[in-house]
Ligand binder design. Structure first.
Ligand code: SF4
Ligand code: SF4
Length: 263
């Protein structure tokens, strides 16, 4: 019998939430383990960070000198490299430090800053090595990771999901929270993939799946201003989990207030 394809799940600068998407698969994870060899997945047990694999899933951004070195090794040892989550695809919440002088923050927070080895920026994996597929979300879902494994094993290209959350609301018959409740929903500029989870629960979307295709950030910003949000509050809607995704970064920067009580 042919050897099974080998799979690894690597963690970089992240909260581990996207790795939980694998663990939350439950029975499907056991089925997956029958068709692939999971050779490295520290959170679940197997540890072999330098193993060569067919598919490497990478969670987390590149934010330390050690990350920079290790991601090159992961790339060298993997046939396919798939990033999972906002940290790995856009730099994550930790990329907020790209907008400040990181050394100043470190000096304020840590009593012994000289022990902290951090790069001045937090950047996506694709800024360092070639990436074969990017899965957006914070966190990603089990459905996304299983689809990526299936696609890679059977030679099917990734199904790009970059429609807006609004479209998913219509498909799921979720009532629009922006129109009916005046909630500052980011659905009109955010890519789907979550099944419009938050609007379906009558909450506004906060853009955890990153920018959709052709997002009209200026129009949405103006709509949020008409709802009564300040410039700073609008900027913060864009400068959140995916603050370093270029289209959100630029929109947030253009709406940013002067910081003098404009909150
Ligand atoms: S994308 Fe979100 S859930 Fe995933 S590792 Fe980053 S912070 Fe955690
Ligand atoms: S509705 Fe928005 S914030 Fe909620 S899970 Fe989906 S993309 Fe994330």
């Amino acid at each position: 019998m042919d050897a099974k394809p080998r799979l690894a799940v690597h963690k970089f600068s992240s909260c581990d939430g996207c790795q939980l998407a694998f663990l939350n698969l439950g029975v499907d994870l056991l089925k997956l383990a029958r068709i692939v060899d999971i050779v490295h997945f520290a959170e679940a047990g197997p540890v072999a960070p330098a193993a060569t694999v067919d598919i490497a899933f990478v969670e987390g951004s590149i934010s330390t000198p050690e990350d920079e070195e290790r991601i090159r090794l992961v790339r060298k040892n993997s046939r396919y490299l798939v990033t999972i989550g906002a940290c790995a695809t856009a730099g994550g919440l930790q990329a907020l430090r790209n907008r400040a002088v990181a050394a100043d923050w470190i000096a304020e927070i840590y009593p012994r800053p000289e022990f902290i080895k951090a790069l001045p920026t937090s950047t996506p994996v694709a800024a360092h090595v070639p990436v074969d597929e990017e899965l957006w979300g914070c966190p990603v879902t089990g459905r996304q990771v299983l689809a990526a494994v299936r696609g890679r094993l059977f030679g099917v290209g990734p199904a790009i999901e970059d429609d807006k959350v609004c479209l998913e609301c219509k498909r799921r018959q979720a009532v629009c929270v922006l129109v009916t409740r005046g909630a500052p929903c980011m659905g009109p500029v955010t890519r789907t993939g979550c099944g419009a989870l938050c609007p379906h629960l009558r909450r506004d979307c906060y853009a955890c799946y990153g920018p959709a295709e052709n997002p009209n950030t200026q129009a949405l910003g103006q709509r949020l201003a008409d709802l009564g949000l300040s410039r700073t509050a609008i900027a913060r809607r864009f400068l959140s989990i995916n603050n370093a995704a270029p289209v959100f970064r630029d929109a947030g920067t253009s709406w940013q207030g002067d910081g003098n009580g404009d909150a």
